[in-house]
Design a protein around this ligand. Structure first.
Ligand SMILES: Cc1cc2nc3c(=O)[nH]c(=O)nc-3n(C[C@H](O)[C@H](O)[C@H](O)COP(=O)(O)O)c2cc1C
Length: 178
């Protein structure tokens, strides 16, 4: 059975990051995968200390926060989902704190499939440059982004656009689990 780990970078339980991840989860589960969802903003995750201890290949020097659970889950995972709300033109602070703490995964032993999700209030094209810059960075963590979902206009998304987004999310979940 394929294992997928998803990170919801927004604390809003009814936000688009959560909604889209829920559909990705359903899609992956429809293919028999097991999906574990983490909400970093609701977890005890300390900021990276920048000490470079992880460069010795012995993991992170911080051993007593919730990242221990995240590292273990990612180690067993076949794929991952990173859902990033856009705050001030970039991923939310809670998501960036998590991503920085994934530095011990670099350089990766192998590649896992990943799906990224960007949610923001601006029209869809607004953050394309940020997406183009951010998606490739996940490669350094062993995450090969197979699908990027761009959820724009989140405060007033037209119904047909939301339907299309959630359908694409379901399909992305299926692809992750293949
Ligand atoms: C602190 C903060 C900063 C934000 N900055 C931006 C921004 O720079 N550009 C934008 O389009 N939307 C911005 N937004 C709107 C969010 O991106 C939008 O509400 C998005 O849907 C949040 O993701 P969620 O639905 O998963 O919670 C901001 C929201 C917050 C709370």
């Amino acid at each position: 059975m394929k294992k997928i780990v998803a990170f919801v970078g927004s604390n809003r339980t009814d936000g688009y990051s959560a909604k889209v991840v829920d559909q990705i989860k359903k899609g992956a589960e429809s293919e028999g995968a097991e999906v574990t969802v983490f909400t970093p903003g609701k977890m005890n995750i300390s900021a990276c200390q920048g000490c470079m201890y992880c460069r010795q290949g012995k993991g992170c020097i911080i051993k007593d926060d919730d990242m221990t659970e995240v590292y273990a889950a990612l180690d067993k995972a076949d794929g991952a989902v990173f859902a990033m709300p856009i705050y001030f033109g970039q991923m939310s602070g809670q998501m960036m704190t998590l991503v920085n703490r994934l530095y011990p995964l670099a350089p990766p032993a192998g590649m896992k499939k990943a799906v990224t999700v960007y949610s923001h209030g601006a029209p869809a094209g607004m953050y394309q440059k940020y997406i183009d810059m951010t998606d490739p960075l996940f490669k350094a963590l062993g995450m090969d982004v197979i699908k990027t979902l761009n959820a724009g206009l989140t405060s007033k998304m037209p119904e047909d656009q939301e339907k299309e987004l959630l359908e694409a999310a379901f399909e992305a979940g299926k692809a992750l689990a293949e």
